[in-house]
Design a protein. Structure first.
Length: 168
């Protein structure tokens, strides 16, 4: 919302048509918005989103990648299928979006990439094994990719929302 209030034109994506329409209406009060109904865990969707943004707005300047978190579960209780789904949703979708966006950011000679992670990248949460694995993987990938992105899409940011633990 903050970017929209600053005048940035935005592309948003969601699986749920109702939630997408509500977000579109809220953003449209501040800026031009393109709402794309899609599931970002589909490997083809990040390319479609980038193409739609460039087609509609002529360029791409800022990429914010985020997907809903996987279900709770302890490390020894999750199975391979759950782990693969979590890695697809919370690591691979962001990686795919960045890879699709980078050529456009490089063409403009400027850009920003924001990958939403979690406070669990610093201190894993025992009941969120799937999220811990996927989001820490995304953080590590982003740190590794940062050197390849600079100066095209720098600074990249990795917000890690979550509770602040007490200081001992």
């Amino acid at each position: 919302m903050a970017l929209a209030k600053e005048g940035a034109k935005v592309v948003i994506c969601a699986r749920g048509a109702e939630a997408l329409a509500e977000a579109e209406a809220e953003l449209a009060a501040s800026t031009e918005v393109l709402a794309v109904p899609a599931d970002v865990t589909d490997p083809a969707v990040p390319a479609r989103l980038v193409a739609a943004a460039v087609e509609r707005f002529g360029r791409l300047d800022i990429v914010v990648a985020n997907a809903g978190g996987p279900p709770a579960g302890r490390a020894l209780d999750v199975d391979d299928e759950q782990l693969e789904a979590a890695l697809n949703a919370n690591l691979l979708t962001s990686v795919r979006l960045v890879r699709e966006a980078v050529p456009h950011l490089r063409r403009e000679g400027w850009g920003r990439i924001c990958l939403i992670t979690s406070s669990s990248i610093k201190q894993p949460i025992p009941t969120l094994a799937l999220s811990n694995a996927a989001r820490t993987g995304l953080w590590a990938w982003a740190k590794t990719a940062a050197g390849d992105l600079f100066p095209t899409a720098s600074p990249s940011t990795w917000p890690a929302p979550g509770p602040t633990p007490p200081i001992a």
